[in-house]
Design a protein around this ligand. Structure first.
Ligand code: NAD
Length: 351
């Protein structure tokens, strides 16, 4: 269906990026997928163990905030498109170290945009695809949904840095005519999620009978999307999205945090064959995060109507798949929690 292309995917060793890389490598044999990742604490090449020897895949280690390195990379390769996922992504870390979020999410994005301008002038089919979050829209009250026209109102250093990068992408489109698309997605969950994030953290803690720390009263609400459904949406937006447009991506799946934790506890008791109620006893309420947004919910009508996308699994199905994956991949989890995943790159790529 598509001509031969060289595609740069940034952040491909991370949670969502690894699912996007796998989908592109396996679906588009005629493409060459270049995965650029700095391998921070969140980047783990073990996520891509199954496809790393594919002929149409290569890995480049590097930091997007290093302009010299990025310019050199774009001079040596004639990328036809960039799918940009590399970011500092954890809200709690952004509260303690905001500058690293500015460096990677803002400066890193602008470096990629600058380098892309040169390629876009030579190749009319070039496209810059920026992956972003619904957190740029701020918080909702009890009702309403984020649409593509909701004004930006970020509340955390993380969402402020993502909002800033979204604006730079749009501005490069307006000012220099760079062909771009943006998507803003709700919370993802699924295999390969770093265990500092809620769902994998709680699965891990339940396995080990450790406390489940729930912020505040547990009433804040998020929309959850299975990560492989996000990867399908990214594929569709990259290929069929309109230049200069934004697409909201969400699971039509809103959950109060406490209800999500109770559902997870019930499913874990079933999977681990523990008496119902054992995991719920581990719930402990802890002091709320500062600036914690009450509710996010996405209206994904546009991508549904224009590109025909919708989630393929229900929340309960997706959670069951996720729990099975964590139970069957204890080695991955052990490596991540002990820090051993860091030696994987040295062993595989440095010999
Ligand atoms: P992640 O933290 O799991 O992965 C980020 C990846 O980027 C890691 O592999 C890391 O090594 C790499 N990276 C970080 N700094 C880098 C740098 N300076 N140079 C090169 N690589 C660097 O994040 P994720 O959850 O997979 O999120 C991916 C993207 O999707 C982010 O842009 C995030 O804002 C966005 N997003 C995430 C969610 C979610 O629920 N996780 C929802 C919506 C949007």
């Amino acid at each position: 269906k598509y001509a031969q292309k060289d595609i740069l995917i940034t952040g491909g060793a991370g949670f969502i990026g690894s699912h996007v890389v796998r989908r592109f490598v396996q679906t588009y044999k005629e493409y060459h997928i270049h995965n650029l990742d700095a391998l921070t604490y969140a980047g783990n090449l073990e996520n891509l163990r199954d496809i790393e020897t594919s002929e149409n895949y290569s890995f480049v280690k590097g930091d997007i905030s290093d302009a010299g390195f990025i310019n050199q990379l774009f001079q040596e390769n004639r990328f036809d498109g960039v799918i940009h996922l590399a970011a500092e992504s954890h809200v709690d870390r952004s509260i303690t170290e905001p500058l690293s979020f500015v460096k990677t999410n803002v400066l890193g994005t602008v470096n990629l945009l600058n380098a892309s301008l040169g390629l876009a002038t030579k190749n009319p089919d070039f496209r810059f695809y920026h992956i972003s979050t619904d957190e740029v829209y701020g918080a909702l009250g009890e009702s309403g949904l984020f649409t593509e026209h909701t004004p930006y109102s970020p509340n955390s250093p993380y969402s402020a840095s993502k909002a800033s990068s979204d604006h730079f992408v749009r501005a490069y489109g307006e000012t220099y005519g760079l062909p771009f698309v943006i998507s803003n997605c709700s919370n993802n969950y699924g295999p390969n999620h770093f265990p500092e994030k809620l769902i994998p953290l709680f699965i891990n803690n339940i396995i080990d009978n450790r406390a489940l720390p729930v912020y505040g009263d547990g009433n804040y609400t998020r929309d959850w999307l299975y990560v492989k459904d996000h990867a399908v949406a990214i594929d569709l937006v990259f290929h069929d999205g309109q230049n200069g447009e934004t697409y909201n991506i969400g699971g039509f799946n809103e959950w109060k945090n406490i209800d999500l934790v109770k559902l997870l506890c019930r499913l874990m008791d079933e999977k681990l064959k523990r008496p119902q109620g054992s995991s719920e006893k581990l719930i402990t309420f802890v002091k709320d995060r500062p600036g914690h947004d009450l509710r996010y919910a996405i209206d994904a009508t546009k991508i549904n109507k224009e590109l025909g996308w919708k989630p393929s699994v229900t929340f309960e199905e997706g959670l069951a798949l996720t729990i099975d994956w964590y139970l069957n991949n204890q080695e991955w989890l052990d490596h991540v929690t002990s820090g051993d995943y860091k030696t994987y790159y040295d062993k595989q790529y440095q010999q």
